[in-house]
Write a protein that binds this ligand. Structure first.
Ligand code: ADP
Ligand code: MG
Length: 268
């Protein structure tokens, strides 16, 4: 299943937040959404998940309007991990992950042994099985982020949408999460992930879409998108880009500038 936005427009409190967005997240690929703070990345991801109302255009999940799906049908097609998980409910990590099984539960029936097994596997894959019985509010920020990722994995939806999923993770767990995303894509999932780290975006994404001022500024393979001109226009930085030892473009930021300040680099 692929997810496709067609001429999407979203307005919040009369402010246009997204306009004219058309993009596709295809089965088998990891699409990276990058762009500055406030550009509209989270809003776009939420719109792809059917969680914000578009006032223009539409999002199709496997050809059907995501906005008109029931909560259960939507959960079978899209799993979403929010950027800010906010105040955590007082349930255990395992109970939170089991919530991801809701879409698969038959009406009037409880969770089956298979659901518990899938939830355990998801916790294990992110390295959190040992904390299964811990209360979610007692977890560290990074541990909570991993449990939320496990919940989305346990959901086994066709598309996986993750908003800065590695922002609170140590380097071991970052690598672990990216390796899971690549595995899921190889198994046919459609994956969209918001990232700030451009070198992670380069290494782990098949394609990148640059969100800037609520529109798509550029899109394509990492080596097409991660070029000094685009980085200067979008992030107001000067950067050098070279291929790393495995052939992925590697971004070295040299300094930033804005309307008033000329290039500011590392203090010398
Ligand atoms: P990003 O994830 O790229 O940092 P967001 O999608 O979160 O950006 O936000 C894009 C813009 O929309 C920002 O200017 C933000 O302040 C605004 N915005 C997002 N959600 C809301 C909301 N619920 N109410 C008011 N403004 C919002
Ligand atoms: Mg965001």
């Amino acid at each position: 299943m692929s997810l496709a936005a067609h001429d999407l427009g979203v307005t919040i409190d009369r402010d246009p937040v997204l306009s004219g967005i058309s993009l596709e997240v295809r089965s088998g690929e990891v699409l990276g959404l990058i762009g500055p703070n406030g550009a509209g990345k989270s809003t776009l991801l939420r719109a792809l998940a059917g969680l914000v109302r578009a006032d223009r255009g539409e999002v199709l999940a496997g050809g059907e309007r995501v906005a008109s799906l029931s909560a259960r049908e939507r959960a079978a097609r899209t799993a979403f991990v929010a950027q800010d998980t906010g105040v955590a409910a007082d349930i255990t990590a395992m109970e939170l992950v089991l919530m991801g099984r809701y879409a698969h539960r038959r009406r009037f029936s409880g969770l089956a042994e298979a659901d518990a097994r899938i939830a355990r596997e998801a916790l294990e894959s992110v390295g959190m099985l040992a904390l299964a019985d811990r209360a979610v509010p007692s977890l560290s920020g990074g541990e909570r982020q991993l449990v939320q990722i496990a919940r989305a994995l346990a959901q086994r939806a066709d598309a996986l949408l993750l908003d800065e999923p590695t922002s609170a993770l140590d380097v071991h767990h970052q690598l672990r999460v990216f390796s899971i995303l690549r595995e899921r894509a190889a198994a046919g999932s459609a994956i969209a992930v918001v990232l700030h780290d451009l070198n992670d975006a380069s290494r782990y994404c098949d394609r990148l879409a640059v969100v800037h001022d609520g529109s798509l500024f550029a899109g394509g393979a990492p080596h097409e998108v991660l070029v000094p001109e685009t980085l200067a226009a979008v992030y107001r930085i000067e950067a050098r880009v070279h291929d790393d030892e495995r052939g992925y473009p590697h971004v070295h930021p040299l300094g930033y500038h804005d309307e008033r300040t000329p290039l500011v680099g590392r203090p010398s």
